[in-house]
Design a protein around this ligand. Sequence first.
Ligand SMILES: Nc1nc2c(ncn2[C@@H]2O[C@H](COP(=O)(O)OP(=O)(O)OP(=O)(O)O)[C@@H](O)[C@H]2O)c(=O)[nH]1
Length: 203
Amino acid sequence: MASQSETGGLVLASKSASRRAMLDAAGVAYRSIPADLDERALEAQLGPAARPQTVALELARAKALSVCLQAPEELVLGSDSLVECGGRRFDKPACRSDAVEHLRFFSGKVMHLHSAAVIARGGEVLRSQVSVASLQVAQLSDRFIEDYLDHEWPAVSGCVGVFRIEGRGVQLFRAIEGDHFTVLGMPLLAVLQFLRELGALSP
Ligand SMILES: Nc1nc2c(ncn2[C@@H]2O[C@H](COP(=O)(O)OP(=O)(O)OP(=O)(O)O)[C@@H](O)[C@H]2O)c(=O)[nH]1
């Protein structure tokens, strides 16, 4: 006999601490089953010309559908974030020198952070949303970058854009346009509306 959590619950298909923190703070009950898939290989299949919002949506969809196989009765929430800046797409930095290169490139430019969410059940996509925030990056000196990473590395190794907006990452920006939750890594307001529509959250 399947437990309640295996019949009507919500599964977060993510290892992201930030996404878990958002749902925890919002009082949303869920269990986590990280998606085990090669995001970079999937992104490569979409090709270099794929729009960043398309890539984020497709990766969120792939994460949700892959976890549906382990939770066939439950709503599964997949999410993905990526940065586009100066015509380049960026994922999480692979190492500290990657982080330096990313930050040097971002300096003085506008960073677009795309965050997507997909809710699926039984292999069928029920809802999806992708949102973008625009972050104006300050001029970053090499000295600032090294000092910043002395404090923030390796914590930001799990963060696209090499920052935690809730921490020192806020020092990188002169202005931010867009939803705070989108910056943190998931369009939470849309996710909550979807859960209400799907009966998983009381209106
Ligand atoms: N704490 C924090 N995390 C951020 C911020 N901006 C982006 N992120 C995180 O950057 C990560 C983007 O990488 P993704 O590939 O989308 O997700 P992930 O962390 O690999 O986790 P999965 O969902 O399991 O793929 C996510 O965990 C986002 O929450 C921020 O300002 N603060």
